[in-house]
Design a protein around this ligand. Structure first.
Ligand code: HEC
Length: 163
């Protein structure tokens, strides 16, 4: 009986290896709507995103070897899909001004509350864990981006002297 169960589990395991989610590897070149095209992302900040966030929040994921094993890949894929849907650094410029501002507000909040990077991720990827210094740098950068988003140029139209 036990042998039969083990055999069945083995067969299922082999079969599911063929059901592979599509990989998130579109953006190995700079994407048209990538945040870097409009906002300054200093290399220090870009490095933090690359090591700690972009596997789930960009169009390019660096897959570990075990991502080729099911059901691990399905589990990774669901995180990547969820993460990208909420916040994608490579699609940032496709958001309207209000949404861009809100997303940066979320970044600040997630980092302050230490909710990102996800615990389940840093548990496997120790290198993705971020220091308090890096948290502070990310927060001050996100605040700066918010200032840039909300900056209204001083034009004749809204200058009271011209009315
Ligand atoms: C392992 C994947 C993963 C990593 C790594 C990761 N995130 Fe996330 N992130 C998610 C998922 C999944 C969600 C949506 C569900 C949730 O809120 O838990 C999310 C949500 C968010 C949101 C909320 C968006 C919204 O509008 O609600 C922000 C902002 C965010 N992440 C920023 C970051 C930053 C900054 C980093 C790096 C310091 C990071 N994340 C690292 C998977 C990840």
């Amino acid at each position: 009986m036990l042998k039969k169960i083990l055999m069945a589990v083995l067969i299922i395991f082999v079969l599911i290896q063929f059901i592979r989610p599509e990989k998130n590897e579109a953006g190995n070149v700079l994407q048209a709507n990538a945040i870097q095209n409009e906002f300054t992302v200093p290399s220090e900040i870009e490095n933090i995103f690359e090591t700690s966030c972009n596997n789930c929040h960009s169009n390019h994921t660096n897959y570990p070897w075990y991502s080729n094993i099911q059901p691990v890949a399905w589990w990774l894929d669901s995180h990547i899909k969820d993460g990208k849907k909420d916040f994608n650094m490579d699609e940032f410029l496709s958001y309207d001004q209000k949404k861009q501002d809100h997303k940066m507000e979320e970044v600040i909040e997630m980092i302050e509350k230490k909710e990102m990077p996800l615990n389940s991720y840093t548990w496997l990827h120790r290198e993705a864990d971020i220091t308090d210094e890096q948290r502070a740098a990310l927060i001050s950068w996100a605040k700066d981006v918010r200032r840039q988003i909300n900056y209204k140029p001083f034009t004749a139209i809204n200058n009271p002297l011209y009315k």
